[in-house]
Design a protein around this ligand. Sequence first.
Ligand code: G3I
Length: 315
Amino acid sequence: QDTLHDLAAAQGRYFGSATDNPELPDAAYAEILGSEFGQITPGNSMKWDTIEPVQGRFDFTKGDVITDFAQQHGQTVRGHTLVWHSQLPGWVGSLPSAQVETAMTDHITAEATHYRGEVAAWDVVNEPFNEDGTFRTSPFYTAMGSDYIATALRAAHAADPDAKLYINDYNIEGMGAKSDAMYDLVSELLDEGVPLDGVGMQAHLAIQYGFPYQMQANMQRFADLGLDVAVTELDVRMQLPADAAKLATQSSYYGQVVDACLAVGRCVGITIWDYTDKYSWVPSTFPGEGAANLYDDDLAPKPAYDAVRTALGGE
Ligand code: G3I
């Protein structure tokens, strides 16, 4: 039968999954990762602490394993992520403010140059906003104010002019203060001619918090600015234990995200934040929650998998 990616591709989209290096030796896992999905995102191995743990010393080993896997399986790669306040090695935060801009642009230049031609799209800046729409404090914001975002995008574009450049965040899937702030930011960047191709909506959803408010209309307003939109880290967690009712709600959320993306011409694709509960980030971050993914711990498809298939136009 058609894979999720086949179904998405028939609609001009990709369907992808995050993955991580320690999972790849799991042969049953890797088999599904390599066959069902047309795009992969490294969950950790292209982050700053992995790539440049010591200033000026770059180690692309783990990221290269991901791009090699993608090449062997005919998949595209979303690079994640060049500039983020988290998983940032300590030395960045210890730099005198006057040295942060150069450290940032050097990091971007080295990484985006290394992966030129292998990474189709970069999350250049990840999670720049607080929940209320103010800018999040980070070594970059402290040193440069919000200008760090334009500077980062320009450096990424210079290093890889062909990669699609994104700003990525969570809780911007629906209309609200945080997505309004993102809308204002990207509008200004476009007005200033800063190279920016798209907005990434992570979409770490939870059934107990409800479905994002007006997701399709929110995606559409970014698209109307001339930007691509991507769902970059979709999962739908719940309070454990899972039961049939919760799994049905979860299925409906997954289906609604697919519906929203397919309804917006510039929504280019969907990436789930790993495909199986076996390797989900959720239980360690939200104790008592989980079951967030399309496949269960034994790599068997859940009701949400069928809901995604149906929403993608599958049988
Ligand atoms: O590498 C160390 C390892 O040496 C150590 O033995 C082990 C012990 O806990 O920890 C390992 O580091 C972990 C790392 O993943 C690699 O596995 C960290 O503790 C753990 O916190 C880290 O979690 C990652 C998280 O980002 C960190 O913020 C998740 O795997 C990753 O899925 C998650 O992804 C983020 C996106 O980048 C941005 N959006 C939110 C999303 C979910 O949090």
